[in-house]
Ligand binder design. Structure first.
Ligand code: ADP
Ligand code: ADP
Length: 227
């Protein structure tokens, strides 16, 4: 089943002489449960693509369907709710809220929608992430690797259709990077959580099921590594 379908996606920033075509009619689809890496040179359009998949920006034209929902057909309020429930986003610099505890940061997407937190699921996720003794700490009391684990927890808490990560290990040393990738792969393989990762790191890309290469706003290569 296709959990994600991208159709003719185009994004132009600015107008006139300063217009930049960051994405140029990109189309592809992704099967539920796949681990896909997106690679490509700096400025090729990777972050733009991930933002459009994540519903945090709007395309100039084209469609993004997540679990059959055409997300840019939704109005702002509907899209915000859809994003919190169905899309888990992980950033290079964690984007945690500094005045909230680890527990509050992880539960935030649920609290914003006044949804009940499934305490059993919360416990399971925080145990797997090794955060049980850190739940009442603030982000700045944690190491970088721990902060990234909190952001993974926040991305997973609503059991989203897809997880999107933009250079999730870009700010970590190699030991912490490996740990974060192992955790993401564990949720991908054990819980069939679809995972899309932008990375510069070839060692990470080679662990994916499929590698999509972007150049100049277009897909230049799309390789299945393992079935
Ligand atoms: P990558 O993630 O592959 O480095 P980006 O998606 O960030 O690439 O950028 C693709 C192109 O779009 C680049 O030429 C970049 O300068 C341009 N771009 C990205 N964001 C903006 C923006 N907000 N305004 C104008 N141009 C942008
Ligand atoms: P790492 O070995 O991953 O670089 P650190 O040396 O930064 O980690 O931290 C070691 C441990 O000390 C971690 O478990 C972290 O949670 C804790 N720690 C680091 N800084 C603080 C702080 N300001 N307050 C409380 N605990 C902290």
């Amino acid at each position: 089943m296709n959990i994600l379908e991208v159709k003719d996606l185009t994004k132009t920033y600015g107008t006139g002489e300063t217009a930049v075509q960051a994405l140029d009619h990109v189309s592809f689809s992704i099967n539920k449960g796949d681990f896909v890496c997106i690679i490509g040179p700096s400025g090729s359009g990777k972050s733009t693509l991930l933002h459009l998949l994540g519903g945090v920006d709007r395309p100039t034209s084209g469609k993004v369907l997540i679990d059959q929902t055409d997300i840019y057909d939704l109005n702002e309020t509907q899209l915000a709710i859809f994003r919190r429930r169905q899309i888990g986003l992980i950033y290079q610099f964690y984007n945690l809220i500094p005045i909230l505890t680890v527990k509050e940061n992880i539960q935030l997407p649920m609290l914003l929608d006044e949804q009940k937190v499934d305490e059993k699921q919360f416990k399971k996720i925080t145990e797997i992430l090794g955060l049980t003794s850190r739940l009442h700490h603030l982000p700045n009391q944690l190491s970088g690797g721990q902060q990234q684990r909190v952001s993974i927890g926040r991305a997973l808490i609503s059991n989203p259709a897809i997880m999107l990560a933009d250079e999730p290990t870009g700010n970590l040393d190699s030991k912490n990077s490996e740990e974060i990738i192992e955790l993401l792969k564990m949720f991908n393989k054990t819980f069939n959580q679809t995972l899309i990762v932008i990375t510069h790191d070839e060692r990470i890309a080679l662990q994916a099921d499929r590698i999509i290469s972007i150049e100049d706003g277009k897909i230049s290569k799309d390789e299945v590594i393992r079935q």
